[in-house]
Write a protein that binds this ligand. Structure first.
Ligand code: 3AM
Length: 215
C-alpha cells in the first residue's frame, strides 16, 4: 500500500543521482528522521513501467534482508510512482570497478554479500534476472546490497520455471538467450559475469565497446 501523506512535505530533494528508462533517482533529506534517502521516480506513462513498478514494489516492500536495498516508503505523485529507499552513499559496484579497481579480498567480500542476497531471494522463489555491477549498490560503511528489482520474477510451486528473454544481454545466462525454461540459477551465471567485471575491469568495458561498434 502506498502512503497517503504528501511526500513534498516530508522530503527535501538534494540532487539528481541518475536516470534510466523508468525515470529518475534523486537523493533527498527525510525531515522526520534526519536521514538521507534515495527516491526513485517512475513515470507511469512510459511503456511497461506499471509492470516494472509492481515487480519492484512487491519484492522490496515484502522481502527485507541486509543484502537487499532497504525499502522505506512509496507514494503516487501525479503520474509518477515514488519509491523511497535507503540512500547507498558509495554508488554502484560499476563505479567502484571503473574508478578505483578492487583487490582480491574486496572481490571475495562483494561476491559473498551478493550470494547472501541471492540466497535470500531464491529461498523466496524470486529470480532477480538483472544482476550486473550497476545494480549492486555499496555504502561507505562497506555494506553491499542488490538493487533494481524491476525485472524480477516470482516463481511458485505450479510455475517453477520462466522462459521470457529478459535482462541485460552481456550478463544473460545461455538458457535465457536461447529461450529455454530457466530458474534461479540464471542469477548465479550473471554474478559470474560480475566476477569477470571485477577482475577484468577496464578490459571488459573495452570488449563491450568493440561489440557495440560491431553491431
Ligand atoms: O546512474 P548511475 O549508475 O550513476 O546507482 C544508481 C544509478 O546511478 C542510483 O540511481 C541511478 C539510476 O538507477 N541509485 C539507485 N538506487 C539508489 C540508492 N538506493 C541509487 N543510489 C543510491 N541509493
Amino acid at each position: 500500500m502506498v502512503s497517503v501523506e504528501d511526500p513534498l512535505q516530508k522530503y527535501i530533494e538534494l540532487e539528481n543521482i541518475g536516470s534510466g528508462a523508468f525515470g529518475a533517482v534523486c537523493r533527498a533529506f527525510d525531515t522526520a528522521t534526519g536521514m538521507e534517502v534515495a527516491i526513485k521516480k517512475i513515470n507511469l506513462q512510459r511503456p511497461r513501467s506499471k509492470v516494472l513498478t509492481l515487480n519492484e514494489f512487491e519484492v522490496l516492500s515484502t522481502k527485507k534482508n541486509s543484502n537487499i536495498v532497504n525499502y522505506l516508503d512509496s507514494y503516487i505523485v501525479e503520474e509518477e510512482f515514488w519509491l523511497v529507499m535507503e540512500y547507498m552513499d558509495g554508488g554502484t559496484l560499476e563505479d567502484v570497478i571503473s574508478k578505483a579497481g578492487m583487490c582480491e579480498g574486496q572481490m571475495a567480500a562483494v561476491s559473498r554479500e551478493c550470494l547472501q542476497g541471492l540466497y535470500f531471494l531464491h529461498s523466496h522463489r524470486v529470480i532477480h534476472r538483472d544482476i550486473k555491477s550497476s545494480n549492486i549498490l555499496i555504502r561507505a560503511d562497506g555494506s553491499v546490497k542488490l538493487g533494481d528489482f524491476g525485472l524480477c520474477a516470482q516463481l511458485s510451486v505450479e510455475r517453477c520455471y520462466r522462459s521470457s528473454v529478459t535482462g541485460t544481454p552481456w550478463w544473460m545466462a545461455p538458457e535465457v538467450v536461447t529461450r529455454q525454461p530457466y530458474g534461479p540459477k540464471v542469477d548465479i551465471w550473471s554474478l559470474g559475469i560480475v566476477g569477470l567485471e571485477m577482475i577484468e575491469g577496464e578490459v571488459l568495458k573495452k570488449m563491450k565497446l568493440l561489440q557495440w561498434l560491431n553491431t
